[in-house]
Design a protein. Structure first.
Ligand code: ATP
Length: 350
């Protein structure tokens, strides 16, 4: 497939959007690189869909500019942008076969019958629907319908593919499968993908970079590992997963004082020490060279491969820790006195 040449770069310059007196987006500036898989992640109402609609051209921005490969497209109508789109609810043509659905945009473009046939075959195969080309959408499962929508959107090699929560209606297993497919299709086509979700795990699994939105503002734009391990602020830290937050009582050189213990930190400033649950472990004594706080086990939650342990420190802070289930001593019970330890470079100040 010759998709790689088609991928485009999009730049948003200080995009703002106001609905009446409500500010939905404020000063959004970012560049989506050619062939990138950029995810817009944020809670409900944070402005993700509004931003995607502005990219698509369905919603005008109140302020700011939009560039496609350096060209100003702020006022260009959606049909001229010709971005591929996969939105919630599929919107396949119910009276057309899978093949005709996929062929539709190619017919609109006036491609020859032979070209269309070859391209439809290629797309059907790419999205794993070989043998289903003659069926109507109603004869397909939700996941299969979503694949048709994806094939139709990619058929004419759009410079950008916009996806708004395309898997939200699918069950967990199917969702996982579709995520893998999506990564493969992204690699295979090389198209620029802009993907909206409110699912943190989905964003971490799929993206080259994640743009985190809250209340219409861009909070951080960075690769998955960076937003998870070096969140820009407390909102990002808490939105991306469970995190333990311990208020800092004082400073002692390069260390912080919490509950009377001197704890090493990798640097930075902030009033709270933050540590992810999976970066902590349990010990009967303080691990040499690591940070540790004495605590009492409160509760266990078995999650299969992992077990979540709730604890309370001597100073009254609640902590959550996750460990591989097989690693936890089966003799451990609520009420046990333990040390919660973590490597100094795994905590960060917020
Ligand atoms: P969700 O995950 O729930 O779809 P979102 O992050 O995509 O949320 P948007 O749909 O972009 O959020 O909405 C952002 C805010 O703008 C919301 O508070 C919404 O009510 C408001 N909004 C969106 N469209 C309009 C509109 N046409 N008129 C007025 N307010 C709007």
């Amino acid at each position: 497939m010759a998709g790689h040449q088609a991928a485009a770069e999009i730049t948003a310059q200080q995009i703002g959007k106001v609905f009446g007196r409500f500010t939905a987006l404020e000063d959004i500036s970012l560049t989506i690189g050619r062939g990138e898989f950029l995810t817009l992640l944020g809670p409900s109402g944070s402005g993700k869909t509004t931003f995607l609609m502005i990219l698509a051209g369905f919603e005008p921005a109140t302020s700011g500019k939009l560039l496609l490969d350096g060209r100003d497209i702020t006022d260009m109508p959606p049909e001229q942008r010709a971005f591929g789109m996969v939105f919630q609810g599929y919107a396949l043509f119910p009276h057309m076969s899978v093949a005709d659905n996929i062929a539709f945009p190619l017919k609109v473009q006036g491609r020859s019958a032979a070209q269309i046939r070859a391209r439809v075959d290629e797309m059907v195969q790419m999205v794993g629907l070989t043998g289903h080309a003659d069926k109507r959408p109603s004869g397909l499962s939700g996941g299969q319908q979503q694949r048709v929508a994806l094939a139709r959107a990619l058929a004419y090699e759009p410079p950008v593919l916009l996806l708004d929560e395309p898997f939200s209606a699918l069950d967990k297993n199917l969702r996982g499968q579709m995520q893998e497919e999506m990564r493969r299709i992204h690699r295979q086509t090389g198209t620029t993908f802009v993907f909206v979700t409110h699912d943190q795990e989905e964003a971490l699994a799929l993206s080259t970079r994640i743009a985190i939105f809250e209340k219409g503002k861009l909070q951080q734009l960075a690769p998955p590992r960076e937003v998870y391990e070096q969140p820009a602020n407390r909102f990002v830290a808490e939105f991306l997963g469970d995190i333990n937050i311990l208020p800092v009582a004082g400073r002692d050189g390069g260390a912080v004082m919490i509950e009377g213990e001197r704890l090493g930190v990798p640097g930075g400033a902030g009033e709270n020490l933050a540590i992810r649950p999976e970066h902590m472990h349990l010990s009967t004594e303080k691990t040499a060279g690591a940070n540790g706080l004495p605590a009492v086990v409160q509760d266990f939650t078995y999650l299969g491969a992992e077990t979540r342990v709730a604890l309370q420190t001597a100073g009254g802070n609640g902590l959550i820790l996750t460990r591989p289930t097989d690693e936890l001593p089966t003799t451990l019970r609520p009420g046990a006195q333990v040390w919660v330890c973590w490597p100094q470079d795994r905590g960060f100040l917020l």
